[in-house]
Write a protein that binds this ligand. Structure first.
Ligand code: AMP
Length: 287
C-alpha cells in the first residue's frame, strides 16, 4: 500500500494507475478507523479496481469550540488496519499542504446545509464541501463512497456533485453499528463507561420511533416528542436536534410516511456530540 503525503504525488500515482486502465475509487475519512470505515472501503472495492483512502482531520469543518484537538487519532493503528484491506493507496496530507498561506476559496451548498447539523455548526458543511472538492480534484476518482451515518453530508455531496457537474459517481454505504446498536463513530472512543450507556439513547430512540410508526403513529411531532423524552431520560444527554425529515429533500415533515427519516444529534456530557439516523419504515428489530 502506498502512503502518499503530497497532492502532486497522489496526482502522479493515480495517473499511472489510470494509464493501466484502472477505475479509481475514493473513500474520504478522518481516520481512527472502525468497521464503518472498513465497510466503505469494501464497498468501494466492489465497484472499482483501485481504492484510495484519504485520511485527513480537516480543520475547516470544525467550529471554534468543537473537538478538533480532542478528535481521536492513531496513525500506526490506522495503517495496520488499512493494510488488511483492499486499499492501494492512502493520502495523508498535512494541513499546511491542503491550506497553504493565501488560501481563500470556499465551496458552499446553500440550502441543504441550513438545517439539522448546519444549524448549530454553521461553517461545517462549507468546510466539508471545500475539502471534498479538493480531494476530488487531487485524486480524480471515478467513484466516491460516503456513509449514510452522516446522512446530511451525503446529501450535500450528492447535491454539490450534481450542481458542479463533477465527474464522480457517489455511492452511499449503510450505517454499521456495535452489537448493542450504537452507530460506530471515531468519537465513541471519547465516551467513558457511563457516557457509553447514555450514547445508546440515540439508537434506542430510533427503535422507539420505528415501533411507534409500526403501531400506526403518523404524527411527526408526536413521534419526535416521544424520542426527545426518551433521550432526555438518560443522564448527561442534551439534544441538539430530533427531526423527522423527508429522506430526499431533508425538509421536516408533519405527517410521517415510508420515506420519513428520524435524524438525531445529541451531546453527551457536553463533550461528545453524536449523530444517528434511520428510516422510520424499517422494522424496529432490523436496526
Ligand atoms: P469520518 O472519518 O467520521 O469523517 O467518516 C468517514 C466516512 O465514514 C464518512 O463517509 C462517514 O459517513 C462514514 N462513516 C462513519 N461512521 C460510519 C458508520 N458507523 N457506518 C458507516 N459509515 C460510517
Amino acid at each position: 500500500m502506498e502512503i502518499l503525503h503530497k497532492p502532486d504525488d497522489v496526482h502522479q500515482w493515480v495517473r499511472a494507475q489510470r494509464r493501466s486502465g484502472a477505475v479509481i475509487g475514493l473513500v474520504p475519512t478522518m481516520g481512527f478507523f472502525h468497521d464503518g470505515h472498513l465497510s466503505l472501503m469494501r464497498l468501494a472495492a466492489k465497484h472499482v479496481d483501485t481504492v484510495v483512502v484519504s485520511l485527513f482531520v480537516n480543520p475547516t469543518q470544525f467550529g471554534p469550540n468543537e473537538d478538533l484537538d480532542r478528535y481521536p487519532r492513531d496513525f500506526e493503528r490506522d495503517m495496520l488496519m488499512l493494510r488488511r484491506e483492499e486499499v492501494a493507496a492512502v493520502f495523508v496530507p498535512r494541513p499546511e499542504l491542503m491550506y497553504p498561506p493565501g488560501f481563500q476559496t470556499e465551496v458552499q451548498v446553500l440550502h441543504l446545509t441550513k438545517n439539522l447539523c448546519g444549524r448549530t455548526r454553521p461553517n461545517h458543511f462549507a468546510g466539508v464541501a471545500t475539502v471534498v472538492t479538493k480531494l476530488f480534484n487531487i485524486v480524480q476518482p471515478d467513484v466516491a463512497v460516503f456513509g449514510e451515518k452522516d446522512y446530511q453530508q451525503l446529501a450535500v455531496i450528492r447535491r454539490m456533485v450534481a450542481d458542479l457537474n463533477l465527474p464522480v459517481r457517489v455511492i452511499g454505504g449503510p450505517i454499521v453499528r456495535e452489537d448493542d446498536g450504537l452507530a460506530m463513530s471515531s468519537r465513541n472512543a471519547n465516551l467513558d463507561r457511563s457516557h457509553r450507556v447514555s450514547a445508546l439513547s440515540l439508537s434506542t430512540g430510533l427503535t422507539l420511533a420505528r415501533e411507534l410508526y409500526q403501531k400506526g403513529e403518523r404524527d411527526a411531532a408526536a413521534i419526535g416528542a416521544a424520542v426527545q423524552r426518551h433521550i432526555l431520560s438518560f443522564p448527561h444527554t442534551a439534544i441538539d436536534y430530533v427531526s423527522l425529515i423527508d429522506s430526499k429533500s431533508l425538509e421536516p415533515v408533519q405527517e410521517a410516511d415510508n420515506d420519513t427519516r428520524l435524524a438525531l444529534a445529541v451531546h453527551i456530557d457536553g463533550k461528545v456530540r453524536l449523530i444517528d439516523n434511520g428510516l422510520l419504515s424499517k422494522p424496529p428489530q432490523e436496526r
